[in-house]
Ligand binder design. Structure first.
Ligand SMILES: *Cc1c(COP(=O)(O)O)cnc(C)c1O
Length: 373
């Protein structure tokens, strides 16, 4: 794409929205001068602000969403089964395995791309301890149905909310639902602290477990109550996170505008299916995903992504391969349940550039490249 001066403009797939140096300089100076580089007041402030933003009682900030999930899942009974989608990022499943729990992959819905609650319910056995559902690309899951199923079968509902800063369900942040949610603050997500994450919950016991767990399992007297890890979020990251939280509304607004443009420009094209947002939900649009039907569209997903790449447009095939098809899981856990929707999505999905610095001209260029045959 060329700008007004005829210069070639690079289109990025994703770019974090970051504060200016002058917005963080005083706080950084404060940390450097005090020598309090971890476990200080900025961590406490970050947690307080995130809890307020997510409208939950407890937030424990952690060094990554992966670490947060590891600690959260360590509350489950040993060797129990956790039901989760295979169509999600690998870091949804790794924490299950690290806790020596059994991942049970179930299929997802072809329209929302989220875990299909019917499939989740069918997979429940007497060994099941939890359903771990991801709000895929920031699209809220069918939370009401998942909660009803979980209540009936007496299992926990946890959410991998890595994509979900800015995602709402029935006008509340998605963190208000389920037993706990884990957010990511890595740079490709909506709010970043460099690296980082947050466990959000209204359950005091879970919050205390995660808080002690991120400190090696040490409750304060060096008499560890379980083998934890070091999952602390440093002060410098907390400072970045606090400032990025202020920028979040701007980021979400721009993503929603871009998503609307894509919907208008691509909605009617035969062979293109756009992720359907939950009727009670508002997506954060962490990603904008379309699914290509090769027969109707005339090109396969891979042919389209090659055409886009040739025009300088980067895309990603999230999530291909899905987790159950990855080498790490080949021998670990045989899939008990057929996953035809997951396999179709993985083969045909393509995520388009979306971030708050992407300009209208770039969005139009992406859409025009897709529709040109
Ligand atoms: C990014 C991501 C994670 C891992 O987040 P980190 O903060 O990088 O550990 C987990 N789950 C999903 C769905 C993700 O996209």
């Amino acid at each position: 794409m060329k700008d007004q001066a005829g210069q070639q403009q690079q289109i990025h797939f994703v770019r974090p929205l970051l504060p200016r140096l002058e917005d963080v300089a005083d706080q950084l100076q404060d940390v450097l001068a005090s020598g309090m580089v971890t476990k200080g007041k900025y961590l406490a402030d970050f947690e307080k602000r995130i809890a307020h933003h997510l409208q939950v009682e407890h937030v424990v900030a952690v060094s990554s969403c992966t670490a947060g999930l590891m600690l959260l899942l360590s509350t489950l009974p040993p060797e129990s089964e956790v039901i989760l989608p295979s169509f999600t990022f690998c870091a949804s499943a790794h924490p299950v395995v690290w806790n020596r729990l059994m991942p049970v992959f179930v299929d997802c819905d072809p329209h929302s791309f989220n875990v299909d609650p019917k499939r989740a319910e069918e997979a429940i056995t007497e060994k099941t301890s939890a359903i771990l559902a991801t709000h895929i690309f920031g699209n809220p899951c069918d939370i009401d149905t998942l909660q009803t199923i979980a209540r009936e079968h007496n299992v926990k509902v946890f959410f991998d909310a890595a994509h979900a800063f800015g995602a709402f369900y029935r006008d509340q942040p998605v963190a208000c639902f389920g037993d706990a949610s884990v957010y990511s603050a890595s740079p490709t997500k909506l709010l970043t602290s460099g690296e980082g994450g947050a466990v959000a919950t209204n359950d005091l016991q879970i919050a205390e477990h995660v808080e002690i767990g991120r400190e090696y399992g040490n409750p304060g007297d060096y008499d560890c109550i379980f083998p934890g890890i070091n999952a602390r979020l440093p002060e410098l990251s907390a400072i970045l996170g606090i400032e990025c939280l202020k920028l979040l509304p701007q980021s979400i607004q721009r993503r929603c505008e871009i998503a609307e443009s894509y919907q208008e420009l691509l909605g009617g094209i035969p062979g293109i299916r756009i992720q359907q947002i939950s009727p009670q939900g508002e997506s954060s649009y962490k990603d904008f995903a379309i699914v290509i039907d090769k027969e109707k569209f005339g090109r396969s997903r891979d042919e389209l992504s090659a055409d886009l790449a040739a025009q300088g447009i980067p895309t990603r095939n999230y999530f291909d391969p899905p987790i159950h098809a990855q080498r790490a899981y080949a021998n670990y856990c045989p899939t008990r349940h057929a996953l035809p929707v997951t396999e179709e999505l993985a083969r045909d999905i393509i995520c388009l550039p979306i971030h708050c610095r992407l300009e209208d001209a770039a969005v139009e260029h992406v859409a025009a490249t897709i529709t040109a045959s």
